[in-house]
Design a protein around this ligand. Sequence first.
Ligand code: AKG
Length: 317
Amino acid sequence: MDDNLLSQLNTSGFVIIPSFLTPSQLSTLRTASTTLITLSSQGKWPHVRTTGKQFPPWDPSLVPNSGIWGVQHLLHPDLPLPQDQRNAFIQLYFSPKLLSLSRTILSLPPNNNNNNDSDSGSGLVMELFNLLCKPTNNQSFKLTWHRDDIPPSATASEEAEKLHRIGEVYSHTQWNLPLYQDSSLVLVPGSHLRPRTDFEREADPYEANLPGQVVVDLNEGDLVFYDNNILHCGVYGGEKERVTLHGSVGRAPVGGGGEVKKRARNVLQHGVGEWVERADFGCLEGREREVAEGMRERLVEMGRRVGEGGVGFSLVG
Ligand SMILES: O=C(O)CCC(=O)C(=O)O
């Protein structure tokens, strides 16, 4: 599967790994997630995505009048959950199985005791871990067609400049892991490699049928990695259950300030910098703990290099 994984991601912009979670992981993660969604929708956890807004910064004061469609920061040390439920998120995010797939995608060598993951060029970087849910006000809504780190105002040549090229090493990767069957993510395969067509550029931002679009149909426990600059949108029914874990990891930047700033923006625009140094990974042991601490340290280091308030936001709206 491993070679296939990267080549499918390279060419299509997404790749599905069926049945990634065991039934017991699925059950533990469902309990933790549904508790968190309930508390967040009652205003007891402020890091939420409110319906009607697509990108950060988010405004928790709108809750509970406004529904939520996502909960942020599943590795946050103050998450209002019992310890065993917080541990379930930490153990999943840093699980060797997930990180090993991520290393393949990021063209990093396997992590074993023979290689030193602390080498800055070969290490993973902790990024985002959030969850996406059915709008809690039970009203359907949609996200516009977008690329996560390229604004719609970009010219074709600006797009081409930032888009992935086959053979280029990915510096970061993003995944969705649904805990219930999920068909909310819609994307245009291959659009991570090319600027928008005239039709795509001029289409209504909520266009229901872009040529070639595919609904990413996932069963509970399936995993999809996708290029976050693929042209994609979200379609959220008000009734259909959705609890989908949504995360990303990166590889330590090897370039100078420009690359570090771009990479740091992807993560720190969500406010991770405010708590990452306090996150407690004490439920992990041995090599897993070492890897997690290394990943955290590399994120902290990236934040240090860009400085306070220096990252801005990728997209507005
Ligand atoms: O709902 C999804 O899976 C996509 C979310 C998305 O596009 C985003 O967070 O920018």
